[in-house]
Design a protein. Structure first.
Length: 196
């Protein structure tokens, strides 16, 4: 479930606590935790609603000036249902703290290296973790499509792999492209030492 930066800022400020989406089936359910640029959002409720039941007050709670603007912003399709999603801020993204954690022992670094090696072994396109970290280190803030092309890969599978590194606190997403986190730089230095 994607949000604009403006919507995220307004959710964090407590101005927005609803989202409306027209889906074929719900993309989230109550209890889902969404990690976003402003922290974790908890999904409290997901309810199918008829358009006529959407009020101007609902629209304002979703960050729109009125229901007409909200409904005009929804994806069209007779095969889609309108859902009202109730949200609340639920704390900081745990990956933020993980990215900054560089107080790692040699054994912990070896464990991370072993986990990355397992990811490489499961990959259908060969070892990629160290090469991707090296690429991001050498080319921070470069578009994902350009980075993917440098590795002769498609953009979406490349981005999916970078998200796996992000889950481990090794990369950070920027407005354009990525960069290594402090933890990612430490891990890459360790990987270089293992191969050197």
């Amino acid at each position: 479930m994607l949000f604009t930066q403006d919507a995220l800022a307004r959710i964090a400020a407590g101005e927005v606590d609803l989202a409306f989406r027209r889906w074929r089936r719900p993309a989230v359910r109550p209890g889902t935790a969404l990690r976003t640029a402003v922290g974790v959002l908890a999904v409290e409720a997901v309810d199918a609603v008829d358009e006529v039941a959407v009020s101007d007050k609902d629209a304002r709670r979703a960050g729109y000036p009125d229901r007409a603007h909200l409904l005009a912003d929804q994806r069209p399709g007779a095969d889609r249902t309108l859902y009202r999603v109730t949200l609340r801020p639920a704390g900081d993204d745990p990956r933020v703290g993980l990215r900054q954690d560089t107080d790692l022992s040699a054994a912990e670094l070896d464990d991370i290296a072993a986990a990355l090696a397992r990811m490489d072994a499961r990959s259908g396109h060969g070892p990629w973790t160290t090469a991707t970290l090296e690429l991001i280190a050498a080319h921070p803030a470069v578009r994902a499509a350009d980075l993917a092309a440098r590795m002769d890969r498609e953009r979406l599978p490349f981005k999916a792999d970078v998200r796996k590194l992000k889950e481990r606190g090794l990369t950070e997403s920027l407005d354009v492209g990525y960069r290594l986190s402090p933890r990612g730089r430490l891990v890459l230095d360790h990987l270089r030492g293992l191969s050197g």
